[in-house]
Write a protein that binds this ligand. Structure first.
Ligand SMILES: [Fe+2]
Length: 408
């Protein structure tokens, strides 16, 4: 009762807890709503080693809260099922052994209903943890909850990436949802080249509010003068690259990219189909290619080759962030992530957190390229100007697009 009385006397803590509980409910509910259009069968299958079944995403995001919050911080908490630690750990070596990722689609049991019960237990226990957290433990707990919520939002985008890839394998080309962009066909959008004079600048998160560890520390950089495109490259512009022999002309490609084009027989972005004109598989089924929509589902290699064909280049992530922080970029966060020319590595002074949580980002800083911005599938408010997404350069199933730059 003493702590209750104390908490009652602390309106700021009470308000913070209520706000966090509301965010938890909303974000957990949104994950579940993404699964609502699906059949149980849709939620079990894994279409490739990089993708995961929707059922796995729903369970793994709950495992994250259970492992990093409920077990260490909620007195008397008992795991829903101790076997889940093995099934639903993604990549945390410090959290123990785990089931191999490429075989996640073979796990038919626990079934979808049991995972829904698991989610319900975790959400209820998290509310209890939040309601009972005292002033002394709240800073640590609330920071971890914020990480867990942002983690779950990342998986919300992964769910859409993975469902799209799965449905694309089905000859019936099912639609996940009705067209949500029921607006009239897009119109051409003017392309402006935004000039920035460069010089000494700062990038990276300054520590105010939530950010992933890989976004900081904020640090100084030097930029030469550059120009960056106001908008994303369009399907129509990318089609001109294809029609000019883009996929047949080695001169545009990085060596690894050209080898991948040969090995994978790429002739167009992922999900493009040529029949009577070009069409593209979307979350709303097969649609006629919209020449004015941003091109998406290109790899870093394709983005880079397109840029070279266009006589330009991809922006460095520092250039992108500098322009975005000034509010100069259209289509920055709401259409497609934008491949940069920057390899994913640590900023000066980067230190991963101690323990398993330190494995979140830092250990992936090898062999990947940075994407900036956000996509239509990124939950609103999730991304920031400092946000660093990353994928291997041949990846095409993420919602990756192209923004061009050039030396100024
Ligand atoms: Fe995860």
């Amino acid at each position: 009762m003493a702590s209750l009385a104390k908490n009652k006397a602390d309106p700021a803590l009470r308000a913070a807890r209520e706000e966090t509980a509301a965010r938890l409910r909303e974000i957990r509910r949104h994950s579940e709503s993404l699964a609502e259009p699906l059949l149980p069968e849709d939620m079990v299958v894994q279409s490739m080693p990089d993708a995961s079944p929707v059922k796995w995403h729903l369970a793994h995001t709950s495992w994250f809260f259970e492992t990093f919050l409920l077990t260490p911080f909620l007195a008397g908490y008992r795991a829903f099922d101790p076997a889940y630690a093995y099934l639903f750990n993604s990549y945390y070596e410090a959290a123990g052994p785990r089931y191999p990722r490429p075989a996640r689609g073979l796990i038919t049991r626990p079934g979808v209903e049991e995972i829904a019960s698991y989610r319900a237990q975790i959400s209820a226990a998290m509310e209890k943890l939040i309601a009972n957290a005292g002033a002394e433990s709240w800073p640590e707990i609330s920071n971890l909850i914020e990480l867990g919520l942002n983690h779950e939002q990342q998986h919300q985008e992964l769910i859409l990436m993975d469902i799209k890839h799965l449905f694309a394998q089905n000859p019936l080309k099912p639609a996940y949802r009705a067209r949500h962009d029921s607006k009239a066909p897009r119109k051409a959008r003017a392309l402006d080249w935004i000039s920035l004079k460069g010089g000494l600048a700062e990038i990276g998160h300054d520590g105010a509010g939530f950010a992933f560890d890989n976004e900081g520390p904020r640090h100084k950089i030097w930029l030469e003068p550059f120009r960056i495109s106001s908008r994303l490259a369009t399907n129509g512009e990318y089609l001109a690259f294809i029609e000019d022999g883009g996929y047949r002309r080695a001169e545009f490609w990085l060596s690894d990219g050209w080898a991948t084009v040969q090995a994978q027989a790429w002739q167009a972005p992922l999900y493009w189909e040529k029949g009577d004109g070009w069409s593209v598989f979307t979350l709303s089924g097969v649609q006629k290619l919209d020449p004015f929509a941003p091109v998406v589902h290109v790899s870093h290699y394709e983005a880079d080759a397109f840029a070279r064909w266009a006589g330009r280049r991809l922006p460095a992530e520092a250039e992108w962030e500098t322009a975005a922080a000034l509010g100069l970029l259209e289509q920055a966060v709401d259409e497609a992530w934008q491949w940069t020319a920057s390899a994913y590595g640590p900023y000066p002074g980067f230190r991963p957190a101690a323990g398993a949580i330190g494995e979140y980002n830092g250990k992936f800083m090898s062999g990947q390229m940075v994407l900036r911005g956000g996509s239509f599938a990124t939950p609103p408010g999730h991304a920031r100007a400092t946000y660093r997404n990353f994928f291997p350069p041949a990846s095409r199933w993420c919602f990756g697009g192209i923004r061009l730059a050039e030396d100024g």
